[in-house]
Design a protein around this ligand. Structure first.
Ligand SMILES: Nc1ncnc2c1ncn2[C@@H]1O[C@H](COP(=O)(O)OP(=O)(O)O)[C@@H](O)[C@H]1O
Ligand SMILES: [Mg+2]
Length: 399
């Protein structure tokens, strides 16, 4: 998409009218910076004739580093050779004479195509302007299995490299994604802080720690003091960039409605609410649902997952569903293989995709997450493929 910068209202309207689809219009360069920070899909900036030339060239030079795919086009009342040379030196993609509608349209089209190519090359995804699916795993209770589910869900979606998945640890003070996946991260979320405003694709790439094919993580800061420096704006920006780079972004959370968690909710296509089969857990989930309702979070994006759902504790699932007003989307059994897998540092999903815990998470992914992805025909996670493999010989055995 295109954004026009032009302080003169009538000129701005004239420029906007010459472009299809309708571009965004801002009056100042400060407003442009703000606009770009919130609209990561913008790929062309048209600087109108009333924008100071020196400012226009400075912006172009800045963007060459901060957002290399962004094409800057400068519109001037008159063109001369020295202007063109100067523009070229500052990385301006095109200079167009004011009033030359067709030339402007062509320049915008070319800049848009180039932006697309640059992005494809830098991120490896077919169309980086599209967003991946963001799933936040949440509960206000600690110890109910958020981290376990987030790690295994991420591993399931990555499917041995079938899709790029990033796990983000927003439990800034006590996060243990790095421990559960036995990672030795060179960078954490705290490293995004100094570059927060101009964090770009390359910057966010440098935060990643690779676990296994397709599975990456942005771990929580190692040092609690560093955690204090990560504000919600940083989280918002990191998540936005990750959602462009990854097919799926899975967010693990602390057991509280922190600003960071609310920021993650804002960007989530799905919130997986985790509960266990005990009255305090169900009660706290009921409170969470009320809070999310008050925040006007769309109810159709909520899924309830029951962890350790096979415990015989005298709670009736249909009664729980009635209390919550939502169906249970997944029943994940309890197994001592889960803590054992944590101690080994390999998610159960990777070690044993056919394990009942892996299969329950795989089924949740296939039913509730994959349909939201960009793929019309998503790959079936290994946890379910294993299940299908078991079914085929059975059918063959039939007379
Ligand atoms: N389905 C399960 N079966 C057995 N143990 C589990 C299961 N899910 C989680 N656990 C264990 O419960 C503990 C807490 O889980 P964790 O994922 O860290 O919770 P949270 O992130 O919500 O605090 C861990 O020791 C984990 O191994
Ligand atoms: Mg946790």
């Amino acid at each position: 998409m295109t954004v026009i910068v032009e302080p003169d209202h009538a000129r701005a309207e004239r420029l906007a009218a010459s472009l299809v689809p309708q571009p965004a219009v801002v009056a100042t360069l400060a407003a442009l910076h703000d606009h770009l920070a919130h609209h990561l899909g913008e790929d062309v900036v048209v600087l109108g004739p009333s924008v100071d030339l020196a400012d226009a060239l400075t912006l172009s030079a800045q963007m060459r580093l901060a957002r290399p795919s962004l094409g800057v086009i400068v519109v001037r009342s008159s063109l001369d050779t020295s202007l063109l040379v100067d523009a070229l030196r500052h990385g301006v993609r095109d200079v167009v004479a004011d009033g030359e509608t067709t030339a402007l349209r062509d320049a915008v089209r070319r800049a848009g195509q180039l932006a697309h190519e640059i992005r494809c090359r830098s991120t490896g995804t077919p169309d980086a302007a599209e967003r991946g699916v963001v799933i936040t795993v949440f509960s206000t209770k600690g110890g109910c299995g958020k981290t376990t589910l987030a790690c295994n869900l991420a591993a399931c979606l990555a499917d041995g490299g079938g899709a790029d998945v990033c796990l983000v640890d927003l439990d800034l003070h006590f996060g243990d994604v790095a421990v559960v996946l036995r990672l030795l991260p060179a960078r954490t979320l705290a490293d995004a802080v100094p570059h927060a405003i101009d964090l770009d694709d390359a910057g966010v790439e440098s935060l990643l720690t690779r676990h296994s094919p397709g599975l990456f993580a942005v771990p929580a800061p190692m040092d609690p003091m560093a955690a204090e420096t990560v504000d919600a704006d940083v989280v918002a920006r990191v998540l936005r960039l990750l959602a462009r780079r990854f097919r799926y972004v899975v967010v693990d959370t602390p057991p509280a409605f922190t600003d960071h968690v609310l920021t993650a909710f804002d960007q989530s296509d799905l919130v997986a609410l985790v509960a266990t089969l005990d009255v305090p857990a169900i009660k706290s989930l009921r409170h969470t649902l009320d809070t999310l309702e008050a925040l006007r979070f769309p109810r159709n994006r909520l899924r309830v997952l029951l962890n350790r759902a096979d415990s015989k504790v005298g709670l009736d699932v249909s009664h729980i569903e009635e209390t919550l007003g939502l169906p249970i989307a997944a029943h994940i059994p309890s197994s001592r293989d889960v803590p054992a897998s944590v101690n080994r540092g390999v998610p159960l999903m990777l070690d044993d995709p056919n394990h009942p815990v892996s299969r329950a998470i795989g089924e949740f992914a296939a039913t509730h997450v994959l349909p939201l992805g960009r793929d019309a025909n998503p790959r079936i996670p290994a946890a379910l493929r294993a299940d299908r493999r078991r079914l085929i010989p059975l059918r063959r055995r039939r007379p």
